[in-house]
Design a binder for this molecule. Structure first.
Ligand code: FE2
Length: 317
């Protein structure tokens, strides 16, 4: 039995983290709810402690976004971020009395999403190296045996097309070569990916679909709850299904208002959801389950999971 966590978004840099970017209305709202839900978040951590003790759990997997760095869109890019992340990881291990394994989320690697406003936003060599230091690993590809299953971690890397200062396509190709070998050698595989949008990468998608019989469990994070997933699915449908075009105009108006009349940003957001038209189908075909963040989406659908690798039973708390 192990405990599955994701998107804890522990925030040691509450004030500093928005200095390098403009606080957009969505982030403003997220921040407001994060403050309002502090008590609820604490209760989820108490519940984690209780479940870990009661069930003698010794291992936890954080499927990305353990912590928000001092410049959120740059990941663990500074020495102070690395030290803070190390402290947060140790704190969590001590609190739950378990060993924590980390997958790389966008808040570890850095990210460049449509609403990113930091000119230095994105995945950088510094953030990758600091993530590896934090985990004690030497390469981004990470897989291991656990109770008869081969566990594979897919990092956030595959969601992005560009990196700040290295050839991301070369890094992805290198990763996929190792992953393909593992899938060839093993029959029972459990996959963790931080962001299900990564499934849009053609190379990654090909390996996963070709081996779907071998994948016994598949987990993602990033969406924080099934409520968010439903919301994102609705946006993808509105921006892709022709018959839903009246809603498209309503949504464009809302986005225009939310971005204070920034037409370029509205187009970028629309393109973002159009590009993701295959994600809901891929998640269904591959049976991808969302590991919730502690407070979910604005307090709805939060928590964590436990998995029993003998029975493959997944429990939600
Ligand atoms: Fe994320």
């Amino acid at each position: 039995m192990e405990i599955l966590l994701s998107d804890l978004h522990i925030s040691p840099f509450r004030e500093e983290k928005f200095k390098t970017q403009k606080l957009n209305p969505i982030e403003w709202l997220i921040q407001l709810f994060a403050d309002l839900l502090k008590k609820k978040e604490e209760q989820v951590f108490v519940e984690m402690m209780k479940i870990a003790r009661e069930r003698d759990i010794t291992l936890g997997i954080v499927n990305g976004d353990l912590m928000e760095s001092s410049a959120t869109e740059r990941g663990i890019w500074k020495e102070t971020d690395y030290k803070a992340a190390r402290k947060v990881k140790r704190w969590l291990e001590k609190l739950l009395r378990i060993k924590i394994l980390l997958n790389m989320g966008n808040h570890e690697s850095g990210y460049n999403l449509p609403l990113s406003s930091d000119p230095k936003a994105g995945i950088s060599l510094k953030s990758l190296r600091n993530f590896l230091r934090l985990t004690g690993r030497t390469e981004l590809y990470h897989s291991f045996e656990l109770e008869g299953f081969w566990i594979v971690f897919i990092p956030y890397l595959f969601t992005e097309d560009h990196a700040v200062d290295f050839d991301i396509e070369k890094e992805k190709a290198n990763f996929l070569k190792k992953m393909a070998k593992d899938f060839q050698k093993n029959e029972k595989i459990v996959v963790f990916t931080h962001d299900p949008d990564s499934l849009d990468d053609p190379g990654l998608r090909h390996i996963l679909l070709a081996n779907r019989e071998k994948i016994k469990l598949f987990f993602c994070g990033h969406y924080h709850s099934l409520v968010t997933l439903g919301f994102v699915k609705a946006l993808i449908a509105i921006f892709n299904v022709p018959i839903l075009f009246p809603y498209r105009w309503t949504l464009r108006l809302l986005l225009w208002y939310a971005t204070s009349g920034n037409g370029v940003m509205v187009k970028k957001i629309e393109a973002y959801f159009q590009k993701r038209k295959n994600i809901p189908r891929l998640m269904r075909v591959l049976n991808v389950r969302v590991i919730p963040g502690p407070t979910g989406m604005f307090g709805m659908g939060g928590g964590f999971l436990t998995v029993n690798l003998e029975t493959l039973e997944v429990k939600r708390f």
